[in-house]
Design a protein around this ligand. Structure first.
Ligand code: ADP
Length: 500
């Protein structure tokens, strides 16, 4: 165990898709500093999304240094560093220089969709699902790595000769922070590559062959709380152990202390990601949810079912920027509260198709149930409710796969400041909704993992006792009303489906 530092302060690096954030937490999980930098997006072709790895590195250094200054701390005061990151985003770099051979290919990038479709059509989906819990899709790292090796001149030969390294953003940042001494990742990030067997906890030779990825590229896979390496003192001013690491949704699960099987966390940002802890059991999905590692501690994996809603906060952005019905997202709460409303207007935000459990990429959105007296408030309310109904669909699929209905839902993300939505979520799910005091659960989870490793936090139970509730929303809608509304939603969905 490394020294616990003057104050047991922990620096969390949260490298997200649109921004890079540094937060410093004290030994009670309280926030000492928070600094954020927007990350530039590159769209070189239709469906392509890239980040400049040097931007990611520069921003990371800048936000870490500013956060330390803000907290009035030096790097020597830090007990540890935790890293959490946008998952699946792929970087390949030269081992000798640390220089990337191509920009980072971001998880949203669809350039390898055709290649993945061919593999799926050739019947490899079953193998992938059994080993990785995932579907063969361009989101995950494997096909992105192959693309870089095929498109960058000489890259494949150099990869086979061991001259190149692959990593997701966590791994790239660790490499840079340790000046190339540590080429490691954690089990949750490895679990999103389509190359890692999440039951046997090892890189899978069959999948490496299928996706044509040389083993020489790959990092060592560690537990989520582990000795990942120590920062080069020249970088932050002192050597600090990097002791925690997890992909963003998994870090949020830890930050929400969902350590019991059956607990769910759901993050409401642009889209929404829900993870259900299924304990030590790998639960395959009949509803095309993903099976993944929630976290791995002391060599033991805890699994999760994961589902996502494509349009959550983005529906509100559309009401604001597309329809111009509102000037700010915050206005929606007042509008939704005002007026009685019949509750018969439904907005299905299938802007890019419908996700789990429908999986209809050709469905398109609709607003249904309009009458002569429908007003702006009804449409806004329907947009907010759509997020609740979709969560209900996702939780239904999870309950079906897991064999048990969840008892509470822990929420975080930008949308959860809206009390009306949180109450409506509880009402329409028929399950209490809990909102924590610290809603930056992703960074908090990374700090928890790092602190666990260096002894700032003695156990998972100690972490669970640090989780503080801001508010619990109890379901108050009569059962008959809930059923009527959910049937109305099911009807609306049926009408927008391309196959129905
Ligand atoms: P991301 O991390 O995906 O960028 P955030 O967690 O920052 O997203 O959440 C931002 C989203 O939350 C935006 O899409 C915005 O429309 C939505 N949002 C913010 N405030 C409210 C509010 N009061 N009511 C409803 N939605 C909101």
């Amino acid at each position: 165990m490394a020294g616990a530092g003057r104050k047991g302060a922990i620096l969390a690096i949260d490298q997200g898709t649109t921004s890079t954030r540094a937060m410093i937490f004290d030994a009670l999980g309280g926030v000492l500093a928070r600094v954020q930098a927007e990350l530039r997006q590159h769209f070189p072709a239709e469906g392509w999304v890239e980040h400049e790895p040097e931007d990611i590195w520069r921003d990371t250094l800048q936000v870490c240094r500013e956060a330390l200054a803000k907290a009035g701390l030096g790097a020597a005061d830090l007990a540890a560093i935790g890293i959490t990151n946008q998952r699946e985003t792929t970087i390949v770099w030269e081992r000798a220089t640390g220089k990337p051979v191509h920009r980072a290919i971001v998880w949203q990038d669809r350039r390898t969709a055709e290649a993945c479709k061919r593999l799926a059509e050739a019947g490899h989906g079953k193998l992938a699902a059994e080993r990785t819990g995932l579907v063969i899709d361009a989101y995950f790292s494997a096909s992105k790595i192959a693309w870089i090796l095929d498109q960058v001149p000489g890259a494949r030969a150099r990869a086979e000769a061991g001259e190149l390294a692959f990593g997701t953003v966590d791994c790239f940042l660790l490499w840079r922070l340790t000046s190339g001494r540590s080429h490691r990742t954690d089990a949750t990030n490895a679990a999103r590559t389509l190359l890692y067997d999440i039951r046997r906890q090892q890189w899978d030779d069959d999948l490496l062959k299928l996706f044509r990825v040389p083993r020489a590229l790959l990092p060592e896979v560690m537990d989520n709380a582990a000795d990942f390496g120590t920062t080069d003192p020249a970088i932050l001013g002192a050597a600090v152990p990097v002791a925690g690491m997890a992909g963003d949704q998994q870090a949020a699960t830890v930050g929400q202390v969902c350590f019991e099987a059956g607990q769910i966390k759901s993050t409401y940002g642009t889209g929404c990601f829900a993870l259900l802890n299924t304990g030590g059991t790998f639960v395959p999905s009949k509803n095309r949810l993903l099976t993944t590692i929630a976290y791995r501690l002391a060599g033991r994996a805890t699994y999760a079912l994961e589902g996502s809603i494509f349009a959550a906060g983005s529906t509100i952005q559309w009401l604001r920027d597309g329809l111009k019905l509102i000037r700010s997202a915050g206005e929606t709460e007042m509008l939704a509260r005002g007026g009685a409303g019949t509750g018969n207007v439904f907005l299905v935000p299938a802007f890019t198709g419908l996700g789990a459990p429908y999986w209809d990429p050709f469905a398109r959105g609709a607003i249904l149930g309009l009458t002569r007296d429908t007003g702006i408030a009804d449409i806004v309310r329907a947009g907010l409710e759509a997020v609740c109904f979709q969560t209900g669909d996702l939780m239904g699929a999870m309950a079906d796969d897991f064999g048990k209905a969840p008892t509470t839902l822990r929420v975080d993300g930008g949308m959860t400041v809206n009390d009306w939505v949180m109450q409506r979520l509880a009402d329409l799910l028929g399950v209490p909704v809990e909102r924590p005091v610290v809603t930056e659960t992703t960074a908090l989870g990374a700090a928890f993992l790092a602190g666990l490793q260096v002894g700032v936090f003695p156990s998972l139970d100690a972490l669970a006792s640090l989780w503080a509730r801001d508010r619990r929303f109890e379901p108050a809608m009569p059962e008959s009303e809930r059923t009527r509304r959910r049937q109305g939603w099911a009807d609306a969905v049926r009408r927008v489906r391309s196959d129905g």
